[in-house]
Every structure is written in structure tokens, then in C-alpha cells.
Design a protein. Structure first.
Length: 114
């Protein structure tokens, strides 16, 4: 079955950086676009960034554009989210998702605080 395992979250000061990873299994990874979402306390889950199946095109939410970079390694079946210049508003649980597949991982907590 589809499995998505996010990692790399943690506590970081404003202005700091983190690199999230999402290891995928149970489907043909190279056939699917991959996306990162996040959910802050008391808020709905929101889309953050997406990358096409071959990595040739990426898109970002306005709130993270210029600060976050999504990438993937199809050989490793892993998608990444490099997050720089982090702000307290970036505090959330971050999830990855494969295209239109329904499965979600457990997410990884990112907390930006001094």
C-alpha cells in the first residue's frame, strides 16, 4: 500500500533553515507529481509546493515563494522541501502527498520560535 514518511522537522529560530524529506513506497513514484502541504494549529491544511513527476516544473504558494524549494530524487523515491528564512507563521505539521492518491503520512512538526 501507499506509504509516505515525512521527516526532518524540528524547532528552529526565526530566520533559520530546515530540510524536510518524504520517503515514498507502494506506488510508482516517478509517475506522480508530489506536493507538500502544511496544517497549523486551528487552521485548515494548505498546499505549500508541488513538483512534476520528472522534477521539471515546480510551483509554490505565495507565502513561501522565494524561501522554500521543492526537489525530488526518483532513484531514492524521496521528495524534499528546503525551507529557508523561516518565520513563526511557518509553524505547522508538514505533509507530503502523491498526486491524486488519497494517502497521507503522519507529517513532521516544524516549529519556528525564538
Amino acid at each position: 500500500q501507499v506509504q509516505l514518511v515525512e521527516s526532518g522537522g524540528g524547532l528552529v529560530q526565526p530566520g533559520g533553515s530546515l530540510r524536510l524529506s518524504c520517503a515514498a513506497s507502494g506506488f510508482i513514484f516517478s509517475s506522480y507529481a508530489m506536493n507538500w502541504y502544511r496544517q497549523a494549529p486551528g487552521k485548515e491544511r494548505e498546499w505549500v509546493a508541488g513538483i512534476t513527476n520528472n522534477g521539471g516544473s515546480t510551483n509554490y504558494a505565495d507565502s513561501v515563494k522565494g524561501r522554500f524549494t521543492i526537489s525530488r530524487d526518483n532513484a531514492k523515491r524521496t521528495v524534499y522541501l528546503q525551507m529557508n528564512s523561516l518565520k513563526p507563521d511557518d509553524t505547522a505539521v508538514y505533509y507530503c502527498k502523491a498526486g491524486q492518491l488519497r494517502s497521507w503520512g503522519r507529517g513532521t512538526q516544524v516549529t519556528v520560535s525564538s
